[in-house]
Design a protein around this ligand. Sequence first.
Ligand code: YSA
Length: 343
Amino acid sequence: MVDKLSSIKASFEADVQLVTNLEQWEVLRVKYLGRKSQLSDAMSLLKDLSGDQRRDFGKHANEVRTFLEVVLEDTRIALEAKGTHANRIDVTRPGTKKQTGHLHPLTRVEDEIKQIFLAMNFSVVEGPEIETEHYNFDALNVPANHPAREMWDTFWIKGEQGKQKGKTGPTEALRYLLRTHTSPMQIRYMEKNTPPFQIIVPGRVFRYEATDASHEINFYQMEGLMVGPHISLANFKYVIEEFFKKFFNDPAMQFRFRPSYFPFVEPGVEVDIKRKGDSKWLEVMGAGMVHRNVLKAVGYNPEEVQGFAFGMGTDRLAMLKYKIPDIRLLYSGDLRFIQQFKK
Ligand code: YSA
């Protein structure tokens, strides 16, 4: 019986040398490990053997079986590796396209806006999304209980975070909120810099509002601020007309400047545009000449320097430019929508 096992092993060792491809390997596997193999036959005789004989023969038969399995597996791996180069790549097959990432439409629009202002020598600065009541409202000439606060439905952060020495008055409670606009950065920037300068401030803002096709509770704005001696509304008009004509690639665009109210500007204006093919005027931004109270609060002399400021909704501009019917699509994470903006 033991001789029988040795002869199976010897004949396998000879046969395995002759295998050159996976088809032959499969034939060899069936021959030596299949149900009708000699090894299988030999194992079936086990039951006729007595105790000790059965144990010795069983042990030996298992060793042979393990040997066959290990050699067969090594042989298969070697054959496959060889095949990778020889016959497994079909170079005539069309390739599979790799999925690549791309910019979100809002990032793209923000970049387009920045490029136009950078070309007009503006600098890009950013500010915190969590703001104090002081920067978001008070320093912008919107004190507590001022009715204008209702223009910005606010997400307040619970509790008082201490006391602050107000620039505009005595020590006051320091309350935090999610900034409702990018305008607080006007104050932060003016406190630390001396005119003349011109900046834009891209950023995410938050409003405690009901959402619909044109309103989100979190959206993006682009603030602008230019301060220096003799800056006037005429400068604002030129800069903003240049910007919109470039952004919409429409040199013949029409503009309308309507009087409006924001506590931090005087006079305040709302800008409307009419593009080639538009039938209606579209409101695109709030703006104005920086209020003298705001200039004074940051330590500037309003007799020496003046400035204009503006704030526009980046989402709304993206919607106009790319004909996006619902602002919520921008935040849906729906790839069918987002992938349309692949360049
Ligand atoms: C005005 C004068 C300045 O000198 C400087 C800035 C400003 C703008 C002011 N800070 C402001 O926030 N005005 S606003 O409340 O009218 O918002 C500006 C723009 O944000 C709007 O014209 C609109 O395009 C966009 N917006 C407002 N609420 C929105 C929104 N976009 C999406 N969802 C909302 N819920």
